[in-house]
Design a protein around this ligand. Structure first.
Ligand SMILES: [Zn+2]
Length: 210
C-alpha cells in the first residue's frame, strides 16, 4: 500500500485533484479498467481494500461492485514515475466490465492468458475426474502413461520438423505443450514455476543471447 508520504507526494494539482487509476488483474496481468480517484476515493480504497473511484458524472464516490457485486480487491497500489497515475493490482470477484466482459478493454485474449486458461481447465479435470474428458482419462491412467505421451508427442514433433512439414509441426507442438502441462500438474507443479525458472536463467545469462 502507499504510505502517507507517497500519498502526499502524488501530483494532485496537475490533474485538478483527480488522479487516473489503472486497474490490473493480479493473476493474468490483464488491464481491467481505468477510473479517476480524488484523495477521498484513494483513502477509502486503502482503508477498505476495495477499489473506490470518484464518479465525475455523479460527483460522488462509487465503490466498484456496489451494484453488480463484482468488487475489485486491492493487492497493491503503486504510482508511476511522475506520481500522477496510480497502478492498482487487484483480484476481481467477477466480470469487471458492465458489458459482461472480463476487461473494459475487451479484445481477443492474448495468447499467454489463453495458456493459463487452458492450464486452469487441466487442473480442474485433474481435481474432478470426468468420464467424457480426455484429460481426466490421462490422470486416471497415471504418471507413467502421461510421461509416455509427452515422449511420444516429442518424437512426433521431431519427425514433423525433419519432414519440414510446418502444419504438422504446429499440431505436434500443440500436443506436446498440452501433455507437458498435464504432466506438470500430475506432479503438483505448474506453468508459472517453469516460467519463473526461465526468467531466472535469463537474468543469470543476460550476457549470453538466447
Ligand atoms: Zn466496461
Amino acid at each position: 500500500m502507499l504510505t502517507k508520504n507517497s500519498l502526499l507526494n502524488l501530483n494532485w494539482t496537475k490533474t485538478n485533484g483527480m488522479i487516473p487509476a489503472i486497474i490490473q488483474d493480479y493473476f493474468s496481468n490483464e488491464i481491467l479498467m481505468h477510473g479517476y480517484m480524488n484523495k477521498e476515493a484513494l483513502l477509502k480504497t486503502q482503508k477498505d481494500g476495495l477499489v473506490t473511484f470518484y464518479s465525475r458524472t455523479k460527483n460522488s464516490l462509487w465503490t466498484k461492485g456496489e451494484t453488480s457485486g463484482n468488487y475489485l480487491k486491492v493487492i497493491k497500489i503503486s504510482t508511476d514515475c511522475d506520481h500522477d497515475t496510480l497502478l492498482i493490482l487487484v483480484v476481481s470477484t467477477g466480470k469487471t466490465c458492465h458489458l459482461g466482459n472480463v476487461s473494459c478493454f475487451f479484445s481477443k485474449k492474448n495468447n499467454i492468458n489463453f495458456l493459463f486458461e487452458l492450464e486452469k481447465i487441466i487442473e480442474n479435470r485433474k481435481n474432478k475426474l470426468l468420464t467424457n474428458s480426455y484429460t481426466s482419462s490421462l490422470y486416471k491412467l497415471g504418471t507413467s502413461r502421461i510421461a509416455q505421451k509427452v515422449g511420444e508427442e516429442a518424437i512426433e514433433t521431431i519427425l514433423a520438423a525433419m519432414k519440414k512439414n510446418k502444419n504438422e509441426l504446429i499440431n505436434e507442438s500443440s500436443d506436446l505443450i498440452y501433455h507437458l502441462i498435464v504432466l506438470l500438474h500430475d506432479q503438483n507443479l505448474n506453468l508459472n514455476l517453469v516460467l519463473n525458472n526461465l526468467k531466472k536463467r535469463r537474468k543469470k545469462d543476460s550476457s549470453i543471447n538466447p
